[in-house]
Write a protein that binds this ligand. Structure first.
Ligand SMILES: Cc1cc2nc3c(=O)[nH]c(=O)nc-3n(C[C@H](O)[C@H](O)[C@H](O)COP(=O)(O)O)c2cc1C
Length: 153
């Protein structure tokens, strides 16, 4: 299987925990998995033959977290052609924020789709109000995404 690149945008660390747990759940001798903070990842590194998993929280009034803002801004300005790139999206938020629940991930998802990338599976959602362990939620969601992907192959 192709390399899985897990990229997270976070402010208080939940997305990082989820990213590490998710990576651990799929990493084995034949599956290469890398985890990186979006703040230390450049859009010039995006490769069409990788599978990306984005985990992104929401801050402010439905905005992306600080560590994801430069990546998002670069996508918006440079507008790279991402056709052929496949990715999955997991959003962290809190239903306390009824109007903007999970909007950070939705914004990033819209931008990637606009640039030609193709999302696999539904956007995963983690609601911090539930107190469910975020890693378990992300791992269960991604297992479902991988099943969907192999079902259409
Ligand atoms: C100041 C502040 C603003 C927030 N704004 C939103 C919001 O607009 N929508 C939302 O769904 N969640 C919002 N959240 C909840 C976070 O997205 C949620 O706690 C998430 O798990 C944080 O993940 P992180 O630790 O990876 O940044 C906000 C949290 C804080 C502290």
């Amino acid at each position: 299987m192709m390399k899985i690149q897990v990229l997270f945008g976070t402010e208080s660390g939940n997305a990082e925990v989820a990213a590490e747990d998710l990576a651990e759940s799929v990493r084995n001798d034949s599956q290469e998995v890398e985890v990186q903070d979006l703040s230390s990842f450049s859009i010039s590194e995006l490769q069409h033959d990788s599978m990306y998993v984005f985990l992104c929280s929401t801050y402010g009034e439905g905005d992306l977290p600080n560590t994801a803002l430069p990546f998002y801004a670069d996508l918006s300005v440079v507008r790279p052609d991402l056709s052929g790139m496949r990715y999955a999206m997991f959003g962290l938020g809190d239903t306390f924020y009824t109007e903007t629940y999970g909007h950070g991930a939705t914004k990033l998802d819209d931008k990637l789709t606009e640039l030609g990338a193709q999302r696999v599976g539904e956007i995963g959602r983690y609601d911090a109000s539930t107190w469910e362990p975020v890693g378990e939620c992300a791992v269960a969601w991604f297992a479902g995404v991988l099943e969907d992907v192999s079902a259409v192959r």
